[in-house]
Design a protein around this ligand. Structure first.
Ligand SMILES: *Cc1c(COP(=O)(O)O)cnc(C)c1O
Length: 406
């Protein structure tokens, strides 16, 4: 990566670890086999490489390797879990419960399920981004087959009370699915301890390659099944057909192995850097707010609103040298405030004024120091030019101002 550019958008995707790339390379040319070719050594080699990766991933999660179904990523794993359970368990019921702050892969799959005749409850969250457990339990009906709640939110890093949710699912005999894409490989995630029956995650958010992910499907007590959404050769125990992406899977496995041995120290290091960054803004820049729970969140993420400063505009002051995400999402014609931040109760203006800082394995303290400087200066610069900020400093109550329409 370039010397000047700083990458702090690790929740969008992580760089592929060079050790992962090295493990993958032989599987493009030297070992070209199809893991489904049963009658020659090329196929056996590919199959054993896939088996090894499956073990590495199962090891990270403390599950059985047979419980890992490879997919093209977390989007596909989310779709397979939700639609696959909806179809497989349709005789039991048609109701699914999820959160308004889920990733689009979950929300849009649920909307499709509604069109197919299902019923979906999209629960709101509390101010800190956490689900209200009493509300969750009260939403369960005799038609409920599945609760789908993400482990950690991609925009805020907020971690849901997984164990308690698992207990509620167990008590009511409902399956528990989790999109754990942002947590796997960064913090310990053990689905068996949490009562999770299906769990989606992906290589490219944990220093592996893009285009390969997995769905964990519990095999015993209870034995969970999903209806395949991709039909063909019957790969992956019939749940997901399609030739396996052998080099990608090898890289995904290597990424899991590295995560298992390094994530504990890495989380401590990144939390220190994240806290340094956050404290600097909160103490040096007026009117800054952290969005989402401070206590229950991932160690490498902070989402901060700089009041009266547009996040998108602020990013332009960095001359494309700093990669971050803003709390604005580009839809067809306009910038919409992030639905996740709106669900936390932020107004449109505070949502638009937010930036997500997501740190990763390759960030250094020197980079964090530079980010503190450029963001603080950028905010100051934007506010110096802002009539709204001037009014605010003059003590004008902005809520009471009647804006003229022209
Ligand atoms: C990135 C992400 C996804 C999508 O993963 P892909 O592998 O890119 O399809 C799904 N859910 C969450 C929470 C994510 O952060």
């Amino acid at each position: 990566m370039s010397q000047n550019k700083i990458y702090l958008d690790n929740n969008a995707t992580t760089p592929c670890d060079p050790r992962v790339v090295e493990a993958m390379l032989p599987y493009f040319y030297e070992h070209p086999g199809n893991a489904a070719s049963r009658n020659h050594p090329f196929g056996w080699e590919a199959e054993s490489a896939v088996d090894k990766a499956r073990e590495q991933i199962a090891d990270l999660l403390q599950v059985d390797a047979k419980e890992i179904i490879f997919t093209s990523g977390a989007t596909e794993a989310d779709n397979l879990a939700l639609k696959g359970v909806y179809e497989m368990y349709s005789r039991k019921g048609n109701h699914i419960i999820t959160l308004q702050t889920e990733h689009k892969a979950v929300l849009d799959a649920c909307k499709k399920i509604e069109k197919m005749g299902g019923e979906v409850t999209f629960l709101k969250v509390q101010r800190d981004g956490l689900v209200d457990l009493a509300e969750l339990e009260a939403a369960i009906t005799d038609k409920t087959i599945l609760i789908s709640i993400m482990y950690a939110n991609n925009e805020t890093g907020v971690i849901q009370p997984m164990k308690e949710i698992g207990q509620i699912c167990e008590k009511h005999g409902v399956l528990f699915m989790s999109d754990a894409t942002q947590a796997v490989g960064k913090v310990p995630v053990y689905p068996k301890e949490l009562g999770i029956h299906l769990m989606a995650f992906t290589g490219h958010k944990m220093y592996g390659p893009k285009g390969v992910g997995a769905l964990f499907v519990n095999r015993k007590n209870p034995r969970v099944k999903v209806t395949s959404q991709m039909d063909g050769g019957g790969h992956e125990r019939g749940m997901r057909s399609g030739t396996l992406n052998v080099p990608g899977i090898v890289g995904f496995g290597k990424a899991a192995e590295i995560a298992k041995s390094e994530m504990e120290d890495e989380a401590v290091r990144l939390a220190k850097l994240r806290d340094k960054l956050e404290h600097a803004f909160l103490s040096q820049v007026e009117e800054t707010y952290v969005n989402g729970s401070i206590e229950h969140r991932m160690p490498h993420v902070t989402n901060i609103s700089f009041k009266h400063v547009e996040g998108e505009g602020l990013m332009m002051t960095f001359n494309q040298n700093l990669a971050l995400s803003s709390g604005s999402a580009c839809t067809s014609a306009s910038l919409e405030p992030s639905y996740v931040l709106i669900a936390l109760g932020l107004g449109d203006d505070l949502a638009h004024s937010s930036l997500r800082f997501s740190l990763g394995r390759f960030n250094t303290e020197e980079e964090i120091d530079r980010v503190i400087d450029s963001v603080s200066q950028g905010v100051q610069h934007m506010r110096d030019l802002s009539p709204i900020w001037e009014m605010y400093k003059d003590g004008v109550d902005l809520e009471s101002v009647v804006w003229q329409e022209h």
